[in-house]
Design a binder for this molecule. Structure first.
Ligand SMILES: [Zn+2]
Ligand SMILES: [Zn+2]
Length: 334
């Protein structure tokens, strides 16, 4: 597998296409391309033959394309940049989206998880945490339960498993709520307007998933068409609040306890401005795109100190370097 001096330039070329990927996927095999007469379907001469064993690295190397920064920094960075450009295009135009999209009503919304019991936190009013301590920003206790015996681990773990379904329920309700406010039936609605989403899941310190989303109102063809006159950021905000409050998902029944899931009461909805200047409660397009892109590459492990790969055996937990809270979350899930 060690390259001889003669193949160094070829090896360098083979590695350069990986763009810094630290965990390339190694493939063995061969592929032969033949000339084919498209009129007769007759197979002709060999055009190209690729044998992975003949490559400088002895194998074909392909980027791992992992989105998680803790797994492969280079591939996650590529994904973060792609996401940033995608979100920016959806907000201010570009990459096939017309610039007039920046005049469409759009908001940035954060949907939180419900409470599962008190956790250690840093208060914004300067008062100490309920435990009496002023926690440092880096304190590992942040987000962990004040009392792990009463913390609802069962619901917390089930929440993460049901949050995706709850989001889908919310998105259906949102279209309904927007249509209702516009005085349209759901069937007529799609001839007038379209609701578009860009959503990321973020794991909070306590290990519960919550969502950030850019939600935009466009014309019947989305960003390519002008929204109707009734479509305002205020109407959209109002519809989001109604849909998020109404959305419910039934979970399993465990030991005669029937679980139901809804978003937490804290719901933050803010309009997105075009202009890139600071001040006020509104967010700029750039700030939102950067935020979404950041969370798209940030898995649960960076926020909570949990594992970034599925575990095969519960026994592995004993050797993994993770916090007690994360350990308990995983153990309950298992
Ligand atoms: Zn990679
Ligand atoms: Zn505390």
């Amino acid at each position: 597998m060690l390259a001889s001096l003669g193949t160094m330039p070829e090896l360098a070329r083979q590695l350069s296409v990986l763009g810094g990927c630290t965990h390339p996927v190694r493939l063995d095999g061969h592929r032969t391309e033949y000339a084919v007469n498209t009129a007769t379907g007759e197979i002709g001469n060999v055009l190209r033959h690729l044998d992975s064993a003949a490559l400088p690295a002895g194998q074909l190397l392909v980027r791992c394309n992992n989105r998680r920064a803790t797994r492969c920094a280079a591939c996650a960075e590529t994904y973060r940049r792609d996401t940033y450009h995608l979100i920016t295009a959806g907000l201010r135009g570009g990459k096939g989206t017309p610039e007039q999209v920046s005049t469409h009503p759009r908001v940035f919304a954060t949907f939180t998880a419900p409470g599962f019991g008190p956790v250690h936190n840093r208060r914004t009013d300067g008062r100490p945490c309920r435990c009496g301590t002023h926690h440092d920003q880096e304190d590992a206790a942040l987000g962990t339960p004040l009392n792990s015996d009463t913390y609802d681990y069962e619901a917390a773990v089930l929440w993460n498993a049901h949050a995706g379904a709850l989001w889908r329920r919310f998105s259906i309700y949102l279209r309904r709520e927007v249509a209702k406010r516009a005085g349209l039936t759901q069937r007529d609605f799609r001839d007038h307007a379209r609701v578009s989403f860009a959503k990321v899941a973020e794991y909070q310190k306590r290990g519960a998933v919550h969502f950030h989303a850019v939600i935009r109102l466009g014309g019947p063809e989305g960003g390519d068409t002008s929204p109707p006159a009734w479509a305002t950021a205020e109407l959209l905000t109002d519809a989001i609040r109604a849909a998020a409050t109404a959305a419910r998902i039934d979970g399993p029944q465990i030991d005669s306890r029937a679980h139901t899931f809804a978003f937490g009461r804290q719901l933050d909805v803010r309009p997105i401005r075009s202009a890139d200047f600071d001040g006020g409660q509104d967010l700029t397009e750039r700030a939102v795109a950067a935020y979404i892109a950041k969370y798209a590459t940030k898995g649960a492990e960076t926020a909570t100190g949990t594992l970034d790969r599925p575990i095969r055996f519960l026994a592995e937990l004993a050797h993994a370097r993770i916090s007690d809270h994360a350990r308990r979350m995983i153990r309950t899930a298992w």
